[in-house]
Design a binder for this molecule. Structure first.
Ligand code: FE2
Length: 215
């Protein structure tokens, strides 16, 4: 099995002015492609381990110790970016609706509280990483950050929404102002896709089936 770079579901300039075209091109064709290429290289001698990336990230402890960290870095880089592209969209609704909106209101009080918590966690996270909205196994929602390309899947959580905190995702436009980047991202958050993932999790206990089949 060879891993491949998924096509963006929109044009490189579609998220302007929130995310500039040059950043999107370098991020997708440069950074994401590199994780895909490295993962293929690492697993080339291990055909039995060429599993969907979410499966790899869910069972890291079972992988050979000599490749475990490299697999986590590059399978995580591939899976996290794939999710990131999917939960962004041009011209999106500014706020969630339906069941995911109700769940956010139940667990965070209201959408504004959730936004503040998400931006605070993303702002204070040190160095590279990701800020997530995840579903816990008990059905509650949580906001958390992970280092480098670590995935919540490795902790048994289901990712619903994510923003990339690596400088490569915002530095060309926002330089050192990560809070400005995070505040602007809400206008391109793809809440219908997040809501779909939440409903899938509620029905099936897992929200990544489509990506598992696609990657
Ligand atoms: Fe990135």
């Amino acid at each position: 099995m060879k891993y491949t770079l998924p096509a963006l579901p929109y044009a490189y300039d579609a998220l302007e002015p929130v995310i500039d075209e040059q950043t999107m091109r370098v991020h997708h064709r440069g950074h994401h492609q590199a994780y895909v290429d490295k993962l293929n290289k690492i697993l080339d001698p291990h055909p039995k381990l060429q599993l969907p990336v979410d499966d790899l990230l869910s069972r890291l402890e079972t992988l050979p110790a000599d490749i475990r960290t490299e697999v986590e870095n590059n399978a995580g880089g591939h899976a996290n970016h794939t999710l990131f592209w999917s939960v962004l969209a041009p011209g999106s609704a500014k706020e969630p609706t339906g069941e995911i909106a109700q769940a956010i209101a139940q667990d965070f009080g209201n959408f504004r509280n959730f936004r503040e918590k998400f931006e605070q966690q993303g702002t204070k996270h040190f160095s590279n990483g990701w800020v997530w909205l995840c579903a816990e196994n008990n059905g509650s929602l949580s906001v958390l950050t992970t280092k480098d390309h670590q995935s919540p899947l490795s902790r048994g959580l289901t990712p619903l929404f994510v923003m990339d905190l690596w400088e490569h995702s915002y530095y060309l436009k926002h330089q050192n102002k990560r809070p400005d980047y995070l505040a602007g991202m809400w206008s391109v958050a793809n809440w219908p896709e997040v809501g779909r993932r939440w409903e899938d999790f509620r029905q099936n206990g897992y929200s990544n089936r489509e990506w598992r089949e696609a990657i």
